[in-house]
Design a protein around this ligand. Structure first.
Ligand SMILES: [Zn+2]
Ligand SMILES: [Zn+2]
Length: 347
């Protein structure tokens, strides 16, 4: 039997959020029903809700940073029990057969993973995200949230956390490495904490010095502001790895030149416009320019456990469902330190 649940939805592109109801499927044998406690606001929620990326499906219920408690399990569920603290991230199903799925990289599924919202399930149903009171998800796509992490600070780890943790791991961040994090927003403040905990020397490159105290508190060893003359020139040949978290246009050449021989620059922020660079910026020092997209389920669990072990959390501002429109405006203005999280009891 399907259930009607309360949700915060946007009926059409760029309209204000309103309370409404959506239908969740009945719990199947492999499903868990989760009572949502908190849902983070990711910048991509805004792009989706405003129809700035792929054509949106409306009404839309965004939210792919979900933390809550299991309230019901299907008869084949073995990984969870009622009362468990759990999380759901950016996708809720994948084909399970292709090479990426078999190697734990479900986010790169050949069939296309089923995204948590604004997507179609393999049975054709539209998916609705975390700005709601409950969600039904297959157990294989649900994560355990360790006791040490509070729900409201755990929620953003499911997207912002894994998006930054995964490339740091993939490019083997560790002691002796010089890592730069570009941008100090929702993603950046997580990247700094992970890179620091993995033992790297961490430099934040931000537009201004306004977040320097926070950045150093999160573990940065150095902080540079691009608004100051000659900043990037002074950093030439410095870094092994750059994690670019900003979604604005950047000077790719100037940043590539701050990489050492064989250094790598990774895009995790998603600028709307095409970016350009000179090939010489790569060939002159065998540098690499690449991108990364969230992480697989196994790695997401590893990230949560690593976060608990190292006391890493997202710094959040908890808001009511009434304040989501205003929060969107503030995210667009970068006026948040560092993630908004919706208290689901207010939906
Ligand atoms: Zn996200
Ligand atoms: Zn697959």
């Amino acid at each position: 039997m399907t259930t009607q649940i309360s949700a915060l939805l946007t009926p059409a592109p760029s309209t204000a959020f309103e309370r409404g109801t959506i239908t969740r499927r009945a719990v199947r044998p492999d499903d868990v029903l989760i009572k949502i406690a908190y849902a983070g606001i990711c910048h991509s929620d805004i792009h989706n809700a405003r129809d700035e990326w792929a054509p949106g499906m409306y009404p839309m219920v965004p939210g792919h940073e979900i933390a809550g408690i299991v309230t019901e399990i299907g008869k084949n569920v073995t990984k969870f029990k009622v009362g468990d603290r759990v999380g759901v991230g950016c996708f809720v199903d994948s084909c399970g057969q292709c090479e990426p799925c078999r190697t734990g990289e479900e986010q790169f599924c050949d069939q296309g993973a089923v995204m948590t919202y604004n997507s179609k399930d393999y049975d054709g149903e539209i998916t609705y995200g975390g700005y709601s009171t409950h969600i039904v998800v297959k157990q294989d796509y649900v994560l355990h949230i360790p006791e040490a992490i509070a729900f409201e600070t755990a929620a953003p780890l499911l997207c912002a956390g894994i998006t930054t943790y995964s490339p740091l791991r993939h490019w083997k961040t560790g002691p002796g490495m010089n890592v730069a994090v570009i941008g100090m927003g929702g993603l950046g403040h997580m990247a700094v904490q992970y890179a620091h905990a993995m033992g790297a020397h961490v430099t934040i490159i931000s537009q201004t010095r306004s977040k320097e105290d926070d950045g150093r508190h999160f573990g940065a060893n150095d902080y540079r502001a691009t608004s100051e003359e000659g900043t990037l020139k002074a950093l030439r040949g410095t870094f092994d790895l750059i994690i670019n978290t900003v979604s604005a246009d950047i000077n790719v050449d100037a940043l590539l030149k701050t990489l050492k021989l064989d250094g790598t620059m990774v895009f995790v922020g998603l600028p709307e416009n095409s970016q350009s660079f000179s090939v010489f910026s790569l060939t002159s020092q065998r540098r690499s320019l690449t991108g990364s997209n969230i992480g697989g389920i196994k790695e997401t669990q590893e990230m949560l456990d690593f976060s608990a072990e190292h006391g890493i959390t997202s710094q959040v501002e908890v808001i009511s469902a009434d304040d989501v429109d205003e929060a969107y405006e503030r995210v667009v203005r970068s006026d948040v330190r560092y993630r908004f999280v919706i208290d689901a009891t207010t939906i």
